[in-house]
Design a protein around this ligand. Sequence first.
Ligand code: BGC
Length: 389
Amino acid sequence: MAIKKELKFPKGFLWGSAVSAHQVEGNNVNSDWWEWEQKGGGKEHSGTACNFYNRYEEDIKIVRDLNQNAFRLSLEWARIEPGMGEFSKKEMEHYREILKSLKDKGITTFVTIHHFTNPIWFANLGGWENCKSSKYFSRYVKYCAHHFEDLVDLWITVNEPTVYAGQSYLLGLWPPQKKNFLRACRVFLNMIEAYNKTSLSLKKPHGIAHNIPRFTGSKNPLDLLLAKSLNFIFLDIPILLCLKKQDFIGVNYYSQFKIKNGKFSFDYLLGRTDMEWPIAPEGLYKILLNLKKYKKPIYITENGCADSQDKIRKFYIKEHLKAAHMAIENGVDVRGYFYWSLIDNFEWHWGFKPRFGLVEIDRRNNLKRKIRKSAKCYSKVCEENLMKP
Ligand code: BGC
């Protein structure tokens, strides 16, 4: 549906894009993911990824040139604490340089402390299954608070605990590739405990980036009940478990599912992405409305599509922004939008094939950055704080 008038966003709205350390930095040699890739895990090896580790200045300049006023990135635990209790001064300085560079350009820093990867020593101790995991994580978080907080505007302590627990401990797709429901629950609860435990160490506003899919049911009462229960499990439970300690709610939105006669399928309302994920902005709208009851500021900390030809990205962004705007008009306190991702990156077990970037990375030409057309359209919205018809 075309928009008829300009859609203005609230003053101070954060416009940005997001990346995570392992997906862009390259050579994350002390992490469990690297070790797993070395043994043949996943479709491809992350290798030098996008070499963001050395090319961050170039990428931050792109963020600025694209008129984004905020950037979401993650710190890599395996670099900062490569051995148990051993912290690397060199890496601490490295991340400070990145954060300084963002601050110097007036960019709001949204910093994730844990985005799926762990140091090898932590994984060897049983990772997030270990009942002491939150204790080990707390020490790292305290270190981050102490060394980076002056340069951080907003923290995301953990990214998508449901996805991490699900992919690594239920579906067995990510290291340590276990398939056990009870273990997955334990991992999820330990991550939530770690979040709650570390909340006091962080003075700046902090929250979790929750991956929230939406489920709809056919008219069949059982399908409706199933959809309702799943919406409660994915949206409410992770939030309720740490409600008081979240200064804001982070929403990562990618998909809507429909349930018919107990069977699940993607809801391809407005089409599909290269990964066959659906384009269903309605889901984002409904999720935002549903979150209103928690009376917390909301940031859309991830939303984006794999689209190697850049054919649908502009449409995808516009439609999701329309949904966010409609939620704002209905009284939801949405304060920012972060497109996933700034650059084409290492998409976990799928490798480099899915192309989510506003900026293309030419893997055959020295990882050359090339701004996509859709990035320029998004840049206009960021610049004007409004979306034109
Ligand atoms: C994750 C990102 C990932 C994206 C697309 C999100 O769930 O936080 O790391 O790249 O999905 O697959």
